[in-house]
Design a protein. Structure first.
Length: 541
């Protein structure tokens, strides 16, 4: 199919009209819930009142955002299942189950306001600050990717300039987040997730019909990179290895695909804010378990659509493959359903970016401001958080307009965390000897080893990406990202070794602190369940 398919959709006037209606609805939701906001916990944790349906919707919305949906469809178009191990497979099969089993319950039991509180109490404020810095970069990468996706959708479907579209989205996000906080955003999340799931489920059979039905699709499915389409593992060298890498490079890249976000997302503050906002510890655990199953079921749909679009014959250049999902809506869906699908993606992005902005503002307002003004009241911190909301949103907007690749921006958000703060996070819960010196050593050794490994791998990845677009020239976008992800494996291994080794040799000079709740009461562990001895049992139920 010719590249000319990338043009303003015929349904553009309807998309613009209903987008305005949705935006007004979202803003009205913010105004409606603004009366519930009186303290920091009201704004950022919805008064710790999220019931199971709202928690599931909000957790799923955090990951099955429109940016990830669009990015996954494009990545699957490019490389089949191998291209989307990062997301949705590693998130659904590793991140959600591990959070549900090992982390949601104790985090809610501890009653932290942010995950920074965990690092402050378990290790030190130094470690909390390092986590804050890394997660600020991570969150900005995350919602920067979402805003890029928003710009792609609006500019592709309506012809509205991408910069204008991103600015409008940012203004709406600022209003609803500033006014209604998590009360409003969790309701928008529920609305967005329900409609996104419905439209994806309706979209799939329409697309499959174009490639001869499901049986014909699975028999003939192809992808741009000419890899085995449904392989979730490295294949024989002549069949492509893993993304055409073999040997140690292919192994490192493959492992990174599973753990860059699979483990790197374990302490994602945007996701864990939902656990902290749950009505109870049990609801937090159940919510993430259910969310993982839903994410796997729904997350694979855009993957199949992306593959089907290539199989059908849609020909997109490498730098435009992330447009494949909106194009599928325009080409294969009835006009009314195409409009509904595009609008659902738009609303999903608004809710996801709002969640991210709120989390970043909370970390800075509660932890940083609270650090320098320990006597500050929750009302003061609330004012600071609200001041930070537009600042952070605008910074993310600037980054979104400067950077372009949705999928890689989103995956990088987990990758940067894996090399630095995941080892202290995991060991802090389940190894009593894990101490502050060990966690700081893990952080800096992870960064240094990541940089060193990146520089070692880069010449090889440059050679592997020669002539992708222009004969005789390196496609640097792929070369850089390939080296970044390969380098994560030795970096994470070094961080784990530093966490264990330095903690063991510094037990006398730096005694390990116990895992404790927000009031400093130690949390006892029985198996994977945590509790404080004098805790009212109703908080456990």
């Amino acid at each position: 199919m010719e590249e000319s398919v990338i043009q303003v959709f015929e349904t553009a006037p309807w998309i613009i009209f209903f987008a305005i209606v949705f935006f007004l609805f979202i803003i009205a939701t913010g105004f409606f819930f603004s009366k519930k906001i009186g303290t920091t916990e009201d704004l950022v944790l919805a008064g710790r009142s999220l019931s199971l349906p709202y928690l599931v919707a909000s957790a799923v919305a955090t990951y099955i955002c429109a940016g990830a949906v669009i990015g996954a469809a494009g990545a699957a178009y490019g490389a089949g299942f191998q291209g989307v191990i990062f997301d949705p497979f590693s998130i659904a099969l590793i991140t959600f189950p591990l959070i549900a089993i090992f982390f949601a319950y104790p985090l809610r039991q501890a009653r932290y306001i942010t995950v920074v509180d965990y690092y402050n109490i378990r290790y030190s404020k130094t470690m909390g600050t390092l986590y804050l810095i890394i997660q600020s970069l991570s969150i900005i990468s995350w919602f920067g990717g979402q805003l890029v996706a928003f710009g792609i959708i609006i500019s592709l479907t309506t012809g509205v300039n991408m910069t204008v579209a991103v600015i409008i989205a940012t203004l709406i996000i600022i209003i609803v987040t500033y006014l209604g906080g998590l009360w409003a955003l969790s309701r928008v999340d529920l609305f967005a997730v329900i409609f996104l799931i419905l439209t994806l489920l309706i979209m799939l059979p329409f697309v499959m019909n174009q490639v001869g039905g499901f049986s014909s699709f699975f028999a003939n499915a192809e992808n741009y990179a000419e890899l085995p389409t449904f392989a979730l593992w490295p294949v024989a060298e002549e069949a492509g290895g893993y993304l055409w890498y073999t040997g140690i490079f292919g192994l490192f890249y493959y492992l990174s695909a599973w753990i860059a976000f699979g483990l790197g997302g374990l302490n994602c503050p945007v996701a864990l804010q939902r656990a902290l906002a749950a009505k109870s510890s049990r609801v937090a655990r159940q919510g993430f378990a259910i969310s993982g199953a839903i994410y796997l079921l729904i997350g694979v749909i855009p993957v199949l659509v992306g593959i089907a679009m290539y199989t059908y014959g849609v020909d997109l250049p490498v730098d435009q493959q992330e447009m494949v999902l909106p194009l599928a809506a325009e080409l294969f869906l009835p006009p009314w359903l195409s409009v509904a699908f595009i609008l659902t993606l738009v609303v999903a992005i608004i809710s996801t970016v709002g969640d991210s902005v709120l989390t970043a503002a909370t970390i800075l307002g509660h932890n940083v401001y609270g650090y320098y003004r320990p006597q500050s009241t929750t009302e003061e911190q609330l004012k600071v958080i609200r001041i930070l909301i537009p600042v952070i949103a605008i910074v993310g907007m600037i980054i979104a307009l400067s950077l372009g690749n949705v999928y890689r921006l989103i995956i990088f958000a987990g990758a940067i965390v894996l090399a630095t703060v995941i080892a202290p996070y995991i060991f802090g819960f389940y190894w009593k000897k894990s101490n502050n010196y060990g966690s700081i050593a893990a952080f800096f050794s992870g960064i240094v080893s990541w940089i060193v490994a990146f520089l070692i791998f880069l010449p090889y990845t440059k050679e592997a990406n020669m002539g992708i677009i222009v004969e005789g020239q390196v496609y640097m976008d792929w070369a850089l990202w390939d080296a970044v992800f390969m380098a994560l494996i030795p970096a994470f291994a070094v961080a784990v070794a530093a966490q264990i080794g330095i903690s063991l040799v510094t037990q006398k000079s730096d005694p390990a602190k116990p895992l404790a709740d927000v009031d400093g009461r130690p949390l006892e562990r029985k198996g994977i369940t945590f509790y404080s001895e004098d805790e009212n049992m109703r908080n456990i139920k």
